[in-house]
Ligand binder design. Structure first.
Ligand code: PEP
Length: 252
């Protein structure tokens, strides 16, 4: 089964409203109107509406980096999935390593947020990945099995789910996983998805790699059989770097 590659830019807590709009326009122009690759950008929450306008009518989807799991209520400073949908968001990250490790979000929180995202009608990009200590202890697959376990409740939503394998030791360090390490982990993730949601879901679910992807390593990483795209942090912050990563996937 063929899977449409996805190249995603996670802008984290960077850029101004003006520079977010300029970058979004640059990405939209670069992306053009391809049929063979998807592209999405994840600006800071406060810039979502401005970026929604900038990518309207283009082949770039709007993503949000986080949301709260409740529908609404007394949660000062938080944003619900329905609020994100209301401003044009199509896809939301859940389980990003910075949320797990800096903001102490455990698997049950990730599961609750993921459910809220899917139930609001949005796409879910579930991030998973092991720390360096977990890898060195030989526990990578065990961690991935546990983190992917949240998918067991989402059988009704498989068409709206993608997974980003992001080894924590590779995020923001400049030390990407080798293509072999990425392929190995992705093949394992696909087998786990098959065990949880069945063969059809596993064959159709995009599995993105994230962790120090740049214009020099993107092509080799994306050439791996089970690597269906890239979630890019630092190198997504300007079109000079992000454009060539998009180009690593043929635009036909
Ligand atoms: C990320 O934050 O999802 C990420 C992959 O960051 P970077 O590309 O900077 O490692």
């Amino acid at each position: 089964m063929s899977r449409t590659p996805v190249i995603a830019g996670n802008w984290k807590m960077n850029l101004t409203s003006e520079s977010s709009v300029a970058l979004a326009q640059g990405v939209a122009n670069y992306q053009g109107q391809p049929t063979s690759r998807k592209c999405c950008v994840f600006p800071a929450l406060v810039h979502l509406s401005a970026v929604a306008e900038a990518v309207a009518g283009s082949a770039v989807s709007l993503g949000a980096q986080d949301c709260h799991e409740a529908d609404g209520g007394a949660f000062t400073g938080e944003i619900s999935a329905a609020m994100l949908k209301d401003v044009g968001v199509e896809v939301v990250l859940s389980g990003h390593s910075e949320r797990r490790h800096i903001f102490c979000e455990d698997d049950s929180r990730v599961a609750a947020k993921s459910a809220a995202i899917l139930e609001a009608g949005l796409d879910l990009m579930l991030c998973v990945g092991e720390t360096l200590g977990e890898r060195e202890a030989g526990n990578t697959f065990q961690v991935l099995d546990r983190q992917l376990g949240v998918l067991s409740d989402f059988g009704a939503f498989v068409e709206r789910i993608s997974v980003a394998y992001e080894p924590v030791w590779a995020i923001g360090t400049g030390q990407s996983a080798t293509p072999e390490i990425a392929q190995n982990a992705h093949a394992h993730c696909r087998a786990v998805v098959e065990g949880i949601l069945g063969g059809e879901a596993a064959a159709s679910m995009p599995l993105l790699y994230g962790g120090s992807v740049n214009s020099s390593n993107a092509e080799e990483l994306l050439a791996q059989e089970d690597v269906d795209g890239a979630l890019v942090g630092g190198a997504s912050l300007d079109i000079e770097n992000f454009g060539p990563i998009l180009d690593a996937v043929p635009n036909v």
